[in-house]
Write a protein that binds this ligand. Structure first.
Ligand code: SAH
Ligand code: SF4
Ligand code: F3S
Length: 440
């Protein structure tokens, strides 16, 4: 039996594409091995969102090169966003690579492996969905579901539209069917994926076209689905129907990721985000009105070209006003082929670093403060496994997407009732209410 090994970089979309790659390879009779050195087919699913993503991956390729020189029979494959962004240059930069393919060409990997092709090949059209391939899930009770791929936005800093192509939504019937099957198979939590998940459906033919909130409603009605999450929504498409769905649908979790990027309307305009500070804050107010306890998290970029001290202060103000439950913070990184990379006033690295430090301090303080509201409450936790820091404890997540480390008896995949006894900026601590188990 032939063997494979996949290393995944980047976002959940890539993690999920890797599950599809693995499912496809297993259907061809390949078996996964934990060590790269033992694999006949060595794959990398790459990311290119920031420069650091590129360099991390290139380090790993060095080992693949060595393995290939020891055993030329091995197949080295490079898929994903980095491959898509450099296309056939993959083979010029790394002549030992046998096959390269973009995110829309995963099935071509199977074609390559089953043909007798001995020459290196690259596949970079935007054609197919990995959503139709078999999948190998990392956890039996949690699943990712790609509802759309690609992005029609033109954010001036972002490489994704060029690596993932135009937005294409999957048919709602197909999605509901797939999720119903997952639920029968033991999945309790689904995370809907899309680059711009809440613009779902606009490209569908009229007879199939439904709104994102309608899709949420249909998934909520599926038996066995206890939790629905989605990522990433765009603030411009965060309409009242979607926000209200969080209050109305029992399985839709009390967590909304609402990427801010900058608190300065001037910078938002240069980023081509199509909303300004006021409109963003209106969305936040609407969330607080419909779902007062909702966790709100975000993405923020510091040091976008032309960002002044005043612009950055505005970002800090928004952070303090919203009081985020969490934030991913990034230093702006110029990407090849993007509009922002050509802008003149690039911010000096030292300034970016200082701003980042201040932002991270504020984010952590607010995260810690916000988490205190959970202390003393009994919360539903989906158990994921043993705690990473203390093997005698369990780890799981609340509907607000907070990680909890707790003492208890529950098994992975079960919902436990946990009394929260403490909170840091990153995790909650607690104890399972065993009486509720005895009664259940
Ligand atoms: N489609 C999603 C996710 C995009 S990538 C969305 O729009 O929210 C995740 C995050 O990476 C972005 O939200 C942004 O904050 C960050 N990012 C994207 N390009 C970047 C760049 N060139 N430099 C720094 N951060 C970047
Ligand atoms: Fe990139 Fe903007 Fe699309 Fe997100 S919405 S993937 S940041 S272009
Ligand atoms: Fe990276 Fe592509 Fe995701 S660039 S963040 S893997 S969409």
């Amino acid at each position: 039996m032939k063997t494979y090994h996949v290393t995944t970089f980047g976002c959940q979309m890539n993690e999920h594409d890797s599950e599809r790659m693995k499912g496809m390879l297993e259907s061809l009779g390949y078996r996964e091995v934990p060590e790269r050195a033992d694999a006949d087919v060595i794959l990398f699913n790459t990311c290119s969102i920031r420069e650091s993503a590129d360099s991390r991956f290139v380090g790993h390729l060095g080992e693949a090169k060595r393995l290939k020189s020891e055993d030329p029979e091995k197949v080295i494959g490079v898929g994903g966003c980095w491959a898509q962004s450099v296309k056939d240059d993959v083979f010029r930069q790394f002549p030992f690579v046998d096959v390269a393919f973009g995110p829309g060409q995963i099935p071509k990997l199977a074609e390559f492996l089953t043909s007798d092709s001995i020459t290196a090949q690259g596949f970079f059209e935007f054609e197919s969905f990995s959503g139709h391939l078999p999948m190998k899930r990392a956890r039996e009770f949690q699943a990712w579901v790609q509802i759309s791929v690609g992005c029609n936005c033109k954010c001036s800093y972002c490489i994704v539209p060029s690596t993932r192509g135009r937005e294409v939504s999957r048919s709602p019937h197909e999605l509901v069917e797939e999720i119903a099957k997952l639920a029968q198979d033991g999945v309790r939590e689904v995370t809907l994926l899309g680059q711009n998940v809440n613009s779902y459906g606009r490209d569908l033919p009229t007879e199939e076209r439904i709104r994102f909130s309608d899709l949420l409603r249909e998934i909520d009605a599926i038996d066995g689905v206890d939790r629905i999450r989605y990522t990433s929504p765009h603030p411009k498409d965060m309409r009242e129907d979607v926000i209200a769905a969080h209050a109305e649908l029992p399985s839709l979790c009390e967590h909304i990721h609402l990427p801010l990027q900058s608190g300065s309307s001037r910078i938002l305009k240069a980023m081509r985000r199509t909303y300004n500070r006021e409109r963003y804050m209106d969305r936040v107010a609407m969330i607080r009105e419909h779902v007062p306890d909702c966790a709100i998290t975000t993405d923020i970029i510091v040091g976008f070209p032309g960002e002044t001290d005043e612009d950055f202060e505005q970002t800090m103000e928004v952070v303090e006003e919203v009081r985020y439950d969490g934030a991913f913070t990034f230093i702006y990184s110029p990407r090849r082929g993007t509009e922002a990379a050509t802008l003149e006033e690039q911010v000096p690295h030292e300034v970016k670093r200082e701003r980042m430090e201040r932002l991270v301090d504020a984010v952590q303080r607010l995260q810690r403060e916000r988490a205190q509201r959970f202390v003393g409450r009994t919360m539903e936790v989906l158990v994921e496994g043993p705690s990473r820091t203390d093997a005698s404890k369990l780890r799981g997540r609340t509907r607000h997407n907070k990680t909890v480390n707790f003492t208890g008896l529950a098994q992975p995949g079960e919902m436990a009732q946990v009394e929260v006894t403490g909170a840091t900026s990153t995790t909650l601590a607690g104890e399972e209410l065993l009486l509720s188990r005895a009664l259940a």
